[in-house]
Write a protein that binds this ligand. Structure first.
Ligand SMILES: *Cc1c(COP(=O)(O)O)cnc(C)c1O
Length: 466
């Protein structure tokens, strides 16, 4: 299996190459050269596999002979062994045709654990084979940083430094990062915004001597391995509900477009997914695009679903490439224009192809709270604010009579303030995190100055290498 860049200007790589590279050197995103497809009989044969076995079987279609299913299976088993539910990604039925799939039973209570718990182990396995070590650096507004730290803490040949905006993450989110006691983890609280953190990370990658000295690597959501690791739970839901012999609709609360792209990939592999519903908060660029081909960038507005406070959904480029018949030049031109003018020109035919499958719905904060309340009142089930956006979108757009699965992307206890505002009580943390507020925190506070931050990352990497 080989991977090509959506912009056509990078050497094709194998799975390990794209795992370690993250972004392609032409600024594009890696995609499979051809999509693996399973026949209906092959899908039926997967029914009844446990989750790690299903994941290994499907991800092996993307790794190829370099990392065969037999090697993937123990990595998947280890990655999901720590999940707090035996089904790993259980379905909960809330209506005759309405289900949620709980993707939040991992160590940091958000769906990002499903990909990152495996990706941390993939990095480790690959470095053990080829030798060397890496320093992972990332910026986070909350969920990604804690999931990446949980995935990399204590792993051989990997060091990780995560920058978060000082005082601007929720306390649960900060504590999930800063209470991890592993010598290869460094938390940096930056005096600035999330954008400042992101700019600092970009600047570290652009600083070639630094990048090479510490062997910088990234785990942001453009890494193909993360998408590949998100496909199996869509397959698990579809198979449990009768696929390939019954149709299914997914509703996904969306920010960077990585999660819903994995649902698209599951369909591309042959599952009968008849609609993909994209839920947005008031940062509604995707909903505007799907409604009226208006992909124009606006200022980011903070919302109750902070992990979706995004105006440039980086993984959309992978869908755009497909909508443009895999034409890398047209993709690169559209992305460049989006960057320069804040408006993406999508040809009408391509937009129509998108809307034949995708539908978008934007949900503001008031409607998010109302949805949390409504679901709780009608079924006693608590959804977090991100899941509430997906649920409201599903109610608005899901076709009658077809079973619809809403991706429950975070545990409600991760966002206690919003839950309290909606239903008047704070949900308790699950037992494995019950003492989170009593654990010691470890982080350094730094000004948003590249030199100071590079010095800390550098000395952390030397300390841990020694
Ligand atoms: C990251 C995140 C999202 C958005 O997922 P994308 O793949 O970026 O679209 C939604 N909900 C939660 C809880 C998240 O952490």
């Amino acid at each position: 299996m080989r991977y090509v860049s959506t912009r056509g200007g990078a050497e094709p790589r194998d799975f390990e190459g794209v795992l370690l590279a993250g972004l392609a050197e032409d600024g594009g995103l890696f995609v499979p050269e051809t999509w693996p497809e399973l026949s209906a009989a092959e899908w039926r044969a997967l029914r009844g596999l446990d989750y790690p076995a299903l994941a290994a079987r499907l991800i092996a279609r993307f790794t190829g002979p370099a990392l065969p299913e037999a090697e993937l299976l123990p990595l998947c088993q280890a990655a999901y062994a720590g999940f707090a539910h035996p089904a790993v990604v259980p379905l909960v039925q809330l209506g005759p045709h309405l289900f949620v799939q709980e993707l939040f039973h991992g160590p940091t209570l958000a769906f990002k654990d499903l990909a990152l718990q495996l990706v941390g182990r993939l990095f480790e396995a690959s470095l053990a084979k080829r030798g060397g070590e890496i320093a992972i650096v990332g910026a986070t507004s909350g969920d990604t940083g804690s999931a990446a730290i949980a995935a990399c803490a204590g792993r051989a040949r990997i060091r990780i430094a995560i920058l978060h905006p000082d005082g601007r993450t929720s306390e649960v989110q900060r504590r999930q990062m800063t209470t991890v006691l592993a010598p290869n983890v460094t938390n940096i609280a930056v005096a600035g915004s999330f954008d400042d953190c992101q700019d600092l990370v970009k600047a570290m990658f652009a600083d070639t001597p630094f990048r090479e000295a510490v062997h910088l690597a990234a785990v942001n959501s453009i890494n193909w391995a993360r998408i590949a690791a998100q496909i199996p739970y869509y397959a698990a839901a579809a198979l449990a509900l009768g696929a390939p012999d019954r149709e299914i609709v997914f509703a996904v609360p969306t920010g960077n477009f990585g999660n819903v792209l994995a649902a698209w990939a599951a369909r591309r592999m042959g599952l009968p997914v008849t609609r993909l519903i994209v839920g947005s908060n008031q940062n509604d660029i995707l909903a505007r695009f799907l409604a009226a081909n208006d992909m124009s960038r606006r200022a980011v507005v903070p919302s109750l679903s902070p992990s979706m406070d995004i105006q440039v959904s980086s993984n959309f480029e992978r869908l755009l490439f497909e909508l443009l018949d895999r034409d890398p030049r047209a993709t690169a031109a559209a992305m460049q224009q989006f960057r320069a003018a804040g408006q993406m020109p999508v040809p009408d035919a391509a937009w129509r192809r998108a809307t034949a499958l995708f539908a978008g719905h934007a949900v503001d904060d008031a409607a998010t709270l109302a949805e949390i309340r409504r679901v709780e009142a009608s079924s006693g089930y608590l959804v977090d604010p991100h899941t509430a956006v997906g649920m409201a979108a599903a109610r608005a757009l899901s076709p009658q009579g077809i079973q619809t699965v809403v991706a429950a992307t975070a545990h409600p206890a991760k966002f206690p303030d919003a839950i309290e505002a909606a239903v008047g009580r704070r949900p308790p943390l699950p037992s494995h995190l019950a003492d989170l507020y009593d654990r010691d925190e470890h982080y350094v506070r730094l000004p948003a100055e590249l030199g100071r931050i590079e010095a800390v990352v550098r000395s952390a990497s030397l300390r841990n290498a020694a």
